[in-house]
Design a protein around this ligand. Structure first.
Ligand code: SF4
Length: 184
């Protein structure tokens, strides 16, 4: 409850990169803090209230139709598939950034949804930095794309089913559960 206003960080995450794409690197925090807290507290502190996305999804509960989510959508298999997709995504991001940094391919300063669906426009840059290396811009757009894709899926699930349906299949949750299983 006390972290309810953290939903603002989710909103800011999608707005600030329109000022400068470097703000997209804040995504790293969402991928690292959950595990740091888990290591410190031996529990899913991030998922238990801090996570800005969860607070955002809870905040749009008034849009929720509230249909019962089908078992296949929130089941073990889907969690595994999504974890695999997340790992694949990170692999593509790493490989493509390396390729850009060694000059093999051009940086992609566009958003891609679900890895493959590229939008034909980049983000407006109110405060552009012309001297940014291509690989830095490329990686920032990849982080933004990952965050946008997963947030859009989370919103669709929140509207159709319960607000935090995304959390049942979220890769961060799946990894956290596995880490806890190993510790306990
Ligand atoms: S499961 Fe994912 S979206 Fe839900 S609270 Fe945890 S990190 Fe956030």
């Amino acid at each position: 409850m006390k972290y309810r206003l953290f939903f603002i960080f989710t909103v800011l995450y999608f707005i600030l990169p329109m000022m400068n794409i470097l703000f997209a690197y804040a995504a790293v925090g969402c991928m690292v803090f959950p595990f740091i807290l888990l290591r410190l507290n031996n529990r899913k502190s991030w998922c238990s209230g801090i996570c800005p996305r969860a607070n955002f999804l809870s905040g749009i509960r008034f849009l929720s139709i509230g249909i019962k989510a089908p078992a296949w959508l929130v089941g073990k298999k889907m969690r595994r598939n999504l974890l695999f997709y997340f790992g694949l995504n990170l692999l593509f991001v790493t490989m493509s950034t390396i390729m850009v940094s060694i000059g093999r391919v051009d940086p992609v300063d566009k958003i891609r949804l679900l890895i493959v669906f590229q939008l034909h426009f980049g983000l407006p840059q109110a405060f552009p930095m012309e001297t940014l290396p291509g690989a830095v811009v490329h990686l920032a757009y990849r982080f933004y794309s990952i965050m946008l894709t997963s947030t859009l899926i989370g919103i669709i699930l929140a509207v159709l089913f319960k607000p935090r349906t995304w959390c049942t299949i979220c890769p961060i949750n799946s990894i956290s559960s596995r880490m806890l299983e190993r510790v306990n």
